[in-house]
Design a protein around this ligand. Structure first.
Ligand SMILES: [Zn+2]
Length: 417
């Protein structure tokens, strides 16, 4: 509307000027040799205006024609982009649907239209992996790794492949390169931590472990591979501090203190461990430090049991020590209390059967038969078991030698807390 009014005003002004010029009169003369061209001023001005308009039009047309190939190229490129985008979307859908071959066809279309770019290479690699062609996928990952802008993506893919193929040395080198490409990447840290666990590189696993990792087990494992005794002692101390309920850490820390001559500290550590989580291995280590006389051992067992008097393991430890010392009344009291507890296992009833044998001889065969039957019916004695493959182990170890899983061996096969 504004534009129309403006044109109208301009036209009105032009007509007014033309009328004024016509009224003014006057002639424009152009002399060329013998020639003389004369025209009224108004006509000359109109002719000049027309000439200007025509020239302007011609120049605009030339400019438009010169820009035509570039415009055509742009149009084609936009159209190619649109088609490629469509192909990539279809490829993603095919990949999600688990149809890698069709996804690769779509990706091939997109790559013909756009050439290789990191997104297409990455998608092609994933599709090849999905189709089970690891070597073809590795080719795409290598192409990604060769580009400055997608180096980390390529290395990440190659690293995942190396881990899957259990080529841990290759994976370690790739992880180093990836660390340089993207320092401090969270994913890489996690991947390196898992690799350290898989290769039993405990010190590295400990240094990379997330907050949720079982630090006591990792520290103890690292202590076992440490050749410097001072460092090993410190790692054992850290394991004990991280989880005083983890009996192997209690035992390792106490044994180190005992070997260093800190007898009192060693006993304190065992007592602390018993207070938090009584464990038969701690009882054994404690009684090993006691004098060999059976009555002295009963006293030692009672001293430790005071740290956690109502626990099944405390009752069992004192009951068994009293049995060995021939204190049958004392033994029976402890063992019967233990037998009435929930979770009483075969060890309690076997000790009761031994007690019957000691006390009654053949005369007590009824009571003995009862105790033996109870032992048969009771749950199995607890032990170190792999939570992954279920294999029983005589001792805790950072890695199950049966299935090779790291940190899978737990007391009774169940990870604590
Ligand atoms: Zn196992």
């Amino acid at each position: 509307m504004k534009r129309a009014i403006k044109l109208l005003v301009l036209a009105a002004l032009a007509i007014a000027a033309a009328l004024w010029l016509t009224g003014l009169g006057g002639t424009v003369e152009l002399r060329l040799g013998d020639w003389l061209i004369a025209a009224p001023l108004a006509v000359t001005l109109v002719l000049l205006a027309v000439l200007f308009a025509v020239l302007h039009l011609v120049l605009r047309t030339i400019g438009w024609l010169r820009g035509w190939p570039a415009r055509r190229r742009l149009r084609l490129r936009l159209s190619a982009h649109e088609q490629a985008e469509g192909a990539v979307t279809r490829a993603l859908v095919r990949l999600a649907a688990g149809a890698p071959e069709q996804a690769l066809l779509e990706l091939g279309r997109a790559r013909r239209l756009l050439g290789d770019n990191p997104q297409l290479l990455l998608l092609a690699a994933e599709a090849e992996r999905q189709a089970g062609r690891e070597e073809a996928a590795a080719g795409h990952f290598r192409a990604l790794a060769a580009r400055e802008d997608s180096r980390f993506l390529g290395l990440r893919g190659l690293l995942r492949q190396a881990v899957a193929q259990r080529d841990f040395e290759g994976a370690r080198q790739l992880a180093e390169q990836a660390e340089k490409a993207e320092p401090g990447a969270a994913w890489l840290r996690q991947e390196r931590a898992e690799m350290a666990l898989a290769t039993a590189a405990w010190r590295e696993a400990l240094s990379l472990a997330p907050a949720t990792a079982p630090r006591a087990a990792l520290s103890l494992a690292a202590a076992r591979e440490e050749t410097d005794p001072l460092k090993a002692a410190e790692l054992e101390r850290q394991a004990f501090i991280a989880d005083p309920a983890f009996a192997p850490a209690v035992l390792a820390h106490a044994a180190r203190l005992e070997a260093e001559g800190s007898h009192r500290r060693a006993r304190q550590v065992l007592e602390q461990g018993w207070q938090v989580a009584p464990h038969p291995d701690i009882a054994r280590a404690w009684l090993d430090l006691a004098p060999p006389e059976p009555l002295e051992r009963v006293k030692a067992a009672e001293a430790l049991a005071r740290r956690n008097p109502d626990h099944l393991e405390s009752r069992l430890m004192v009951g068994e020590a009293a049995l060995r010392a021939g204190l049958t009344g004392r033994s029976r009291a402890e063992l019967q209390t233990a037998a009435a507890m929930s979770g009483a296992d075969r060890r309690v009833f076997e000790a009761l059967a031994a007690l019957e044998r000691l006390e009654q001889g053949d005369a007590g065969h009824m009571a003995l038969a009862r105790a033996e039957a109870a032992a048969q019916a009771a749950p199995e004695a607890p032990g170190w078991r792999c939570g992954h493959c279920g294999t029983d182990h005589a001792h805790w170890s950072p890695r199950c030698d049966s299935c090779g899983t790291a940190l899978s061996i737990h007391w009774n096969g169940v990870a604590a807390g």
